[in-house]
Every structure is written in C-alpha cells, then in structure tokens.
Design a protein around this ligand. Structure first.
Ligand code: ATP
Length: 196
C-alpha cells in the first residue's frame, strides 16, 4: 500500500501552536503516515520581509515537533538559493525515492489558498499532491477554478486564532507568548533575542 505523507511549508518565523495543532488534526483526520515540515528559505510572497536566520527557524521547527514521532523537518527549501516555489518542492518530492512509495498532501491555511492563483504554476500543483486546506476564518472559501474538486480537501476543524505576526508583535511589546508557542520555541526566541 502507498504511504500518505503530508508536506507542510511555511516561513515558521516562529512556528506556533497553531501550526502544530493543524498538523496534529490533519495527521489524524486524513490518517497520514507522516508530515514533513518545510521551512522556506526565500518565500516568494514575503520577499520584502526580514526573516530570522534559516538555522534558527529550522531549530524552532525541530524543537516544536521533537515529541511527535510522525513529524519531521526537511531543509530542502531552506537550502535553495532561489525562492521556495511550492511547485518545485512538490516536483522534488514526487520524483524522490519517497515519491515511489508515497502520495503527497500539501498542507496550507485558508489565507494561502486565497492567494493560490498567484503562485507559480498553481494549476499544476495538483499533479504532484492533493491540497489540504485548514480554515483560518469563518468566511466561506471556494475551490479555485483551476483545481478540480478532487484536488482539494477541506479540513473541518476549529479556527485557531494565532499567527507568527502576532507573536513577533507580542515579543516586541514585551508580552508573554507562552500560550502561543511550544515551551522550547519560547526558549529559543529568548536565547537569540528574536523579534526585539
Ligand atoms: P505570518 O503571520 O508571519 O504570515 P503565519 O502564522 O501565517 O505567519 P506561516 O509560517 O506563514 O505562518 O504559515 C505556514 C502555513 O500555515 C500557511 O499555509 C498558513 O496559511 C498556515 N497557517 C498558519 N497559522 C494558521 C492558523 N492559525 N490557521 C490556519 N492556517 C494557518
């Protein structure tokens, strides 16, 4: 039987408890065998932003998922010298050794789906993976016209009121972020004085 593997891309600056909850919920609901987190190197949609160091973002992801045996972190996107276009990431995994025995499920939040039409070769993404969308607001969202209904799976789950932007702002304002990030991630943020 082919394995079912989730791919979860993001800037993860920082990874937060929302990301972890999304992965847990999707892992359970879709009965995935595992989920690979993919921190992006140069995110095409956030080129104007100053991101935290690649290795620190990777460290935070690894710390957040350390106790989850079915979650792992890949540095594939981090090590690319060009923007992390999802189509290239999906092609890479599809043609990798893992791709011979696994089908892929690309995980994204509702806000990402709403921007999907602007992604490079958006209509081709579904050749390599099914797209899994986690809701981010109560607004209804539609399947983009370039995807077939079978290409998109909508997760039925609670809205998670958390974002990396909010956490960065809270740190800058000296507020307690412990309810929004795993404890080990909070320690890394403090150790490296991130977002100050
Ligand atoms: P930022 O606030 O810096 O834009 P973010 O919280 O959206 O960051 P990302 O690392 O950009 O975090 O997100 C990676 C993926 O996780 C994206 O597809 C995003 O839509 C999704 N995501 C992040 N937080 C949530 C959330 N609270 N609910 C649903 N999806 C989310």
């Amino acid at each position: 039987m082919r394995r079912k593997v989730g791919l979860f891309g993001g800037t993860f600056d920082p990874i937060h408890l929302g990301h972890v909850k999304i992965a847990e919920t999707i892992h359970r609901q879709l009965q995935l065998d595992g989920i690979i987190f993919l921190p992006s190197g140069i995110p095409p949609h956030k080129t104007g932003l100053q991101l935290s160091d690649n290795l620190i973002r990777q460290k935070m992801v690894e710390a957040a998922i350390a106790t989850y045996p079915f979650f792992s972190c890949s540095d594939f996107d981090l090590n690319r010298k060009t923007p992390s276009y999802t189509i290239e990431t999906l092609r890479h995994f599809y043609h990798s050794a893992l791709g011979r025995t696994a089908d892929f499920f690309f995980i994204m939040g509702q806000d990402s789906l709403e921007n999907l039409a602007s992604w490079r070769y958006a209509a081709k993404l579904s050749q390599y993976a099914k797209l899994i969308v986690y809701p981010r607001s109560d607004d209804r969202f539609e399947c983009p016209s370039f995807l077939g209904p079978e290409d998109l799976i909508t997760v039925n789950a609670e809205i998670l009121q958390v974002s990396s932007t909010q956490i960065r702002q809270m740190v800058r304002a000296g507020q307690d972020i412990s309810q929004f990030v795993p404890e080990e991630v909070g320690k890394i943020i403090a150790t490296f004085s991130l977002y100050r």
